[in-house]
Design a protein around this ligand. Sequence first.
Ligand SMILES: [Zn+2]
Length: 523
Amino acid sequence: MLASVISYSPVGVEGQLIYVEVDIRRGLPGVDIVGLPDNAVKEAKERVRVAIRNSGFNFPRDRILISLAPAGIRKEGASYDLPIAIGILIASNQLTGKDPPHIMILGELNLNGNVKPVKGVISAVISGLSKGVNFFFVPSENLTEGSAVKKGKVFGISSLTEAYKLFTVFAHGEIPRTPMLSSNTGTLQSTGPAYTEPAGNGDFADIKGQLRLKRAMEIAAAGFHHILIFGPPGSGKTMSAYRLPSILPELSEEESLIVTRIHSVAGFLPAHSGLIKVRPFRAPHHTASIEGVIGGGTIPKPGEVSLAHKGVLLLDEAPEFKKVLLQSLREPVEEGVVTVSRVGSSIKFPSEFQLVMTANACPCGNLGREDAVCVCSRTEIYRYWRKVGGALLDRIDIRVPVQPVSKEIIFSEKGESSKIIKERVKMAVEIQNERYKNYPFKRNGRIPPGLIEEICPLDTAGTDSLYKATEKLALSSRALHSVLKIARTISDLSNTKKIKEEHILEALQHRRYGDSDFFWNIN
Ligand SMILES: [Zn+2]
C-alpha cells in the first residue's frame, strides 16, 4: 500500500514542501530511501525501525520504498523521521481511516519514540499555509515558534504515539477542536534568544566625553546608516559599537517574522522560543570563514550577513578581516540580499544589515594620536586601507575619527543615557515610517540615488552651504549623496521637514573623511 505525508525542507528562507511517500510490497525485507537523502536521512530507516517497535507498533517485514519528492532537492537532517514513521504506519495499515486533510509533519525521533526539535519550523508553517496546508504536527519544543505565525492549527507533538493518536482523530473525519498544547497561551511573545545578549551589554551613559562619536551613533541608529569608527586603540571604538543596539528602534512585527525565519532555518532558534523581538547584533571574529559570514554549504545556510538582517553586523578591527571577505560584503551592503552559490544553482538570503566597522587609522595605531608618533610609511597606510577596499568604504555614510579621552573627562559625570537617546531615535524612525510608507525602503540610509533630491529638499541657506562645501572639499557625487542622507536623518531627529543649513553643516562633519584625506583616498 502507498502512503503520502507532507513534510518540509529548510532550503533558503522560504524552504520547500517535501512529500514523503511510503510504498510497502511483498518481497525481501528491506528499506530503501530515494530522493537525494544525506547520511542523516539515510539513517532514518534504523531510527524509525527502532522507534516504531519501541512505541508498541510493528515494523513491516516487507520491501519498503521511501521516496522524498521533489527528488532534485538534497534532503538533510533527521526531520523526516516522524513523517516517515507515520507513512509506514499508514502504508502497513496500522493507521487506518479516511484520508485526512493536508497535514504537515515535522520531527526527529529518538530510539524510544520521543520527538526531538528540528529547525526551520516557522518557515515550514508559513510555506505550508501558502500551499493550502492548515494543520501542522511539530515537535513540542518548536510549538511556540510554529504558533507564532498565528494562523493554521499547530500541534505540539512529543512522541510517535502522540502523533499516531492525533492522526487517528483526523482519520476518523474529525478535527481536534483545540491543539493538544494550546497555541494561544500568550507565550508567543517571548523575547529573543541568548545570542542577542551583547545588545543589552551596556549603556551610552558609560562612555564619557566622545560627544561627536555618540552623536554619530545616534544618527546611524536613526537612519540605519553604515558607520566606520576609526582612531587609536583605547579610544572606545569597540565599546561604542557594542552599545549601538541599546539605542536601536524595536523590530516591527513584519521584521520580527523574517528575522525569526532566518534564525530558525539556520538552526539558531533555541527550544520554546517564539518570535525574535530584539534586533540581531552579530560580531563575527576576523578569522571567520567566507562561508560563515556570507553563507554557503552543500545545503546553503545563511551566514552572519543574513543573521544580522534588520540588525547590526559589527566588523571589529575591520582591516584584520580577509580581503576577499571584505570584498564580498559589497553585494549585501549594496543590495540588502546575498547570493549563495551552490552546484548548479544559487539561493538568495536577505541581508539588510547596518554595517559597523571599527579600525585603527594605520597599522601601528598611532595615527591621529596627539601624544604619540605614527611610524607607518605612506605606502603601509595605503596598503592597510586598500585591504578594506574603496568600494566598501564608499558605501559607508558616516565616518567618525576618535581619540582617547583625557583624564579630566574620564573622571567627569556620566553622559546621556541610552534610554534618552533611544527616544529621539524612535521619533525619527516614526517620521521615516510615515514618509516611506509607499516606498520599498524604510530608512534614510537606504534612499536610492535617484530619489535623493526629491526626498532631501534643502532650504536656500542649506543649498548654498552644500554648494560651497562641494567645491571646497571636492566631494564626489557619492559623498554628496551621503551628506544629504545624513542631513535628512539629522533633520528628522530635530523633527523639521526641510533640511536646514545647520543640518548640512553637521552632516559634513560626519562625512568629511574620505575624499581629501591621504590615508583614506586609496583609489
Ligand atoms: Zn602608524
